[in-house]
Design a protein. Structure first.
Length: 344
């Protein structure tokens, strides 16, 4: 997907409404929505490095993610986050806090509190933090599934250390999927994200949380691109998984896939571009054990038809056990059903 888009992905990363037209921007602006949603938004800072942590290169501070007051001796990554419940639980982007020696959270009233990283999912780029403080009001969520292309959305964050900065834009699309991101879906918008926005809330025009800021796609010459947000339903699912201590983890496929391009469909001899094109299979992965191959076009999973790679992601996110798993693929001019091996 990266070579097809010719873009660089930078870390900063469902049914429609019944109304016939997108809501126009309110004449008075979005101040009321920002006031409502800002009560749940926080700044997040990953300070220093934890020598005991298993911090790989991807978790090390990047120059464009450092706080203005960061020093060479004590680097500080800058990001954002939001309360996920009425207690002291906050979610943020995992790359903001991974490998940090200390995590600080700046609350809406400017108080600063130390936070503990309870758990994180690096594949999904989500970290769950715990702190003693709680939001002044319970966070309000809305279905990202209700967003339509053209609807207004807002993002709150700490770009370049600017306190509680707000940007507005429109939804450009839902259920976007990139091959590099595996089992992740994004909401696309034209609003501008910068270093320090990662992990912050995406709000609808009423100030309810509908997603989490994660990535920006930038053109090859630095031209402005699109911003990507994880739907709140996916964030909440990952948080529930992080909280389920001792529970069996959700299976991970271990394969790269993307939408079927017209050229790929034509070369495969298919009359349409439905399904998900497999472009990588990790050695020793679940995908390998199922017999999935590079070049396969996955058109169904466990009896569910797949229209595109986004449908495949949704099926994988609802996947709970390897036993009985069935993948329907198009390979070498015909359809095959791949099944998980029966337990011995």
């Amino acid at each position: 997907m990266r070579r097809l888009l010719g873009t660089l992905l930078l870390a900063a990363g469902l049914a429609g409404c019944a109304a016939p037209w997108p809501s126009p921007a309110p004449a008075a602006g979005f101040a009321a929505a920002v006031s409502r949603g800002g009560a749940f938004a926080v700044g997040v800072y990953g300070i220093g490095a934890d020598d005991a942590a298993d911090a790989d290169e991807a978790s090390l501070p990047r120059g464009d993610e450092l706080a203005p007051w960061s020093t060479a001796e004590l680097p500080a990554r800058i990001g954002a986050g939001f309360f996920i419940d009425e207690g002291g639980a906050v979610v943020t982007a995992a790359h903001v806090v991974a490998g940090a020696g200390q995590v600080l959270v700046k609350l809406p009233d400017q108080r600063v509190s130390a936070a503990r990283v309870r758990a994180m999912d690096r594949d999904m780029d989500i970290a769950l933090l715990e702190l003693a403080a709680a939001p002044s009001v319970a966070p309000v969520f809305a279905r990202s599934a209700a967003l339509r292309a053209g609807d207004w959305v807002l993002a709150i964050g700490e770009p370049y250390g600017l306190n509680r900065s707000v940007v507005a834009g429109i939804v450009g699309g839902r259920a976007r999927h990139f091959a590099e991101d595996g089992e992740v879906l994004f909401i696309q918008s034209d609003l501008t994200l910068n270093p320090g926005n990662s992990g912050g809330p995406l709000l609808d025009a009423r100030g309810a949380i509908v997603g989490m800021s994660l990535r920006t796609v930038v053109g090859p010459y630095g031209t402005s691109g699109v911003s990507l947000f994880m739907p709140i339903e996916v964030v909440q699912q990952v948080v529930a998984e992080l909280r389920s201590d001792g529970a069996a983890p959700r299976p991970r496929l271990g394969a790269g896939f993307e939408d079927v391009s017209p050229l790929a469909a034509w070369h495969a001899g298919r009359p349409d571009a439905r399904g998900a094109f497999v472009n990588a299979v990790a050695r020793g992965s679940v995908a390998a054990s199922l017999g999935l191959r590079v070049g396969d076009i996955v058109v169904g999973m466990n009896g569910r038809a797949l229209g595109d790679s986004g449908d495949f992601v949704r099926a994988l996110l609802s996947w709970r056990t390897l036993a009985g798993t069935r993948l329907t693929v198009f390979r070498a001019g015909g359809y095959l059903e791949l099944r998980s091996a029966a337990p011995r």
